[in-house]
Write a protein that binds this ligand. Structure first.
Ligand SMILES: *[C@@H]1O[C@H](CO)[C@@H](O)[C@H](O)[C@H]1NC(C)=O
Ligand SMILES: *[C@@H]1O[C@H](CO)[C@@H](O)[C@H](O)[C@H]1NC(C)=O
Length: 530
């Protein structure tokens, strides 16, 4: 290492000790794909501030690029699957969600979605076993003396690791199916009368019938559908920890929940002191485009450009759908930049260019960009909000339908159904969001709200992680609800006791009255006779 680098590193470490508390060692239990992209922003910032970040990644993980040098360390543990296996598991699950699920009715839709999610989390549990049952690895982690575990709550295991290593943990989470983890792990209170449950596609302004729908969803999610196969997870956790426990109980020990939304995106609802809403923390100002792309963007003239991406998870669409989309795009006066990795559709217009990868953030921040056609991933919607670009949503799976419903309710997006849409539907939707100024106005309103926060979301996320390291937890933020049983939580024991008191008092009073009545009524009668 050169002198220069040594002194730079030394400087970082010094700044760490003197300005922001103390440097810490962070162990990360990640989730792949877009979740990782979001979390990586936090990790990069932690590294910048001098903390040591180690990510636990399986040998099948696709987030580790061995060719890229990174300040983030990767602890790669062996697993029986290969990278190809992992990707094919994922692609199969996504395709089932994309092509099979829309054919089902309401109830079977969710039970099928549950099955897909269970398969996915079964895979996560196996990865978890590869870590916690590997004595060599666990000893190594023990000896590394980490200060904190940062975990994506969607894929459990981080909380178990923290428990085994006896260190505090912080969650990053967009949502869990039916809000099960937030509600029953975190203790978050979400009244069904005005908080639409995730995946219901409702807004917070609900009619009586919509409130009935929301209640049915809530009951269905609470009592029927399970986010993960709880029995298996509970048993696994009890075995590993050597005492009867459950996944949700262990999750309840989280010091802090960093939820990846904010009030520009989600509808207002009550929250607890150990929840913070850090949506859009990955957003940043646009950088200049490469010359070739900039020239293409400039060639659009007054009409501007449309940016189109269905995200990183979906690379192939059916040929029929691709052609419908391409011919819709050919009808608009704008130039279109389409992130697409597949066979070139024959209906592709001269105004559309295909790219395997696009600098999405830089494009959305470009003054010529008029609209964004998106699948509605949370990260993507936040980039559109950040740069104030109206959206056409083609939601595909998971939370995307709900995300687009939020943007629609806030007047910043138009939704088209990806299975049934025709070319005219898509080009019509695009014309609407571009020609009707209300969409731009609404998304700019959201953008201003997003930019006008007392502390930036990334700084808040990092603050809480450093806070938990500095104070070895954040117990003072934890509601005592976690220590109560369900009947204590709902005060059923107290209500029962008070009812018993009332009944006893009524009983005693009645008895007394009867007694008095008998005692004094008789002489009274006699008296009357006299
Ligand atoms: C990494 O580099 C090696 C050798 O240069 C190459 O064969 C391999 O494909 C690269 N891997 C990735 C993921 O780019
Ligand atoms: C346990 O982990 C270590 C370190 O990652 C690895 O070298 C070893 O092969 C693992 N053992 C098993 C049985 O997977």
């Amino acid at each position: 290492m050169s002198m220069k680098w040594t002194s730079v590193l030394l400087l970082i470490h010094l700044s760490c000790y003197f300005s922001s508390g103390s440097c810490g060692k962070v162990l990360v239990w990640p989730t792949e794909y877009s979740h990782w992209l979001n979390m990586k922003t936090i990790l990069d910032e932690l590294v910048q501030r001098g903390h040591e970040v180690t990510v636990l990644a399986s040998s099948a993980s696709i987030l580790v690029d061995p060719n890229k040098t990174s300040a983030i360390k990767f602890e790669v543990y062996p697993t029986s699957l290969t990278k190809d296996d992992f990707e094919s598991i994922f692609v199969t699950l996504i395709n089932r969600w994309l092509y099979d699920l829309p054919k089902y009715t309401f109830l079977s839709y969710f039970s099928q979605a549950q099955e897909i999610f269970w398969e996915f989390t079964d895979y996560i549990r196996n990865l978890c076993k590869d870590v916690v049952l590997n004595k060599t690895l666990m000893t190594k982690l023990q000896e590394s003396r980490f200060d904190i575990v940062l975990a994506d709550a969607l894929c459990p295991c981080g909380e178990l690791l923290a428990e085994l290593l006896k260190i505090p943990f912080v969650y990053s989470l967009r949502f869990s199916p039916g809000y099960a983890f937030e509600k029953y792990g975190g203790g978050l209170l979400l009244p069904p009368s005005y908080v639409p449950v995730v995946m219901s596609e409702l807004s917070d302004q609900m009619t009586f019938m919509e409130r009935i729908k929301n209640m049915i969803y809530v009951l269905y999610f609470d009592f029927w559908l399970q986010a993960v196969d709880m029995k298996k997870w509970d048993q696994f956790y009890s075995e590993v920890l050597g005492r009867p426990t459950s996944l949700l109980e262990t999750m309840g020990k989280a010091e802090m929940w960093l939820i990846r939304t904010y009030w520009d995106f989600t509808f207002p609802h009550p929250f607890l002191p150990n929840f913070d809403f850090v949506g859009g923390l990955h957003c940043k100002p646009a950088k200049p485009l490469l010359k070739e792309m900039e020239d293409f963007v400039q060639s659009s003239g007054e009409n501007g450009v449309v940016v189109f991406s269905l995200g990183s998870m979906v690379s192939s669409l059916t040929e029929e759908r691709t052609n419908v989309i391409a011919s819709a795009l050919a009808q608009v006066p704008q130039k279109v930049i389409w992130r697409f990795d597949g066979k070139k559709p024959h209906t592709l217009g001269p105004n559309t260019r295909l790219y395997k990868w696009i600098p999405q953030n830089d494009l959305l921040g470009h003054p010529k960009t008029k609209a964004f056609i998106t699948h509605g991933g949370t990260n993507d919607i936040y980039e559109a909000i950040y740069h104030g670009v109206p959206m056409v949503g083609i939601p595909l799976f998971a939370d995307q339908l709900d995300n687009i419903a939020h943007m629609k309710a806030k007047g910043a997006a138009v939704k088209v159904d990806w299975i049934t849409m025709s070319s005219t539907d898509l080009s019509g939707a695009l014309k609407t969001v571009i020609d009707n100024p209300i969409y731009k106005e609404n998304v700019m309103k959201l953008s201003r709200i997003h930019h006008n926060q007392p502390v930036k979301p990334l700084d808040r996320a990092v603050f809480w992680i450093e806070f938990v390291m500095r104070h070895k937890g954040a117990r003072h933020l934890r509601v005592a609800a976690h220590d109560l049983t369900w009947f204590q939580y709902h005060s059923l024991d107290v209500i029962g006791f008070l009812l018993a008191c009332v009944v006893t008092v009524i009983f005693i009073i009645t008895k007394c009255c009867l007694f008095c009545f008998r005692k004094y009524a008789k002489p009274g009668k006699k008296g009357k006779r006299d």
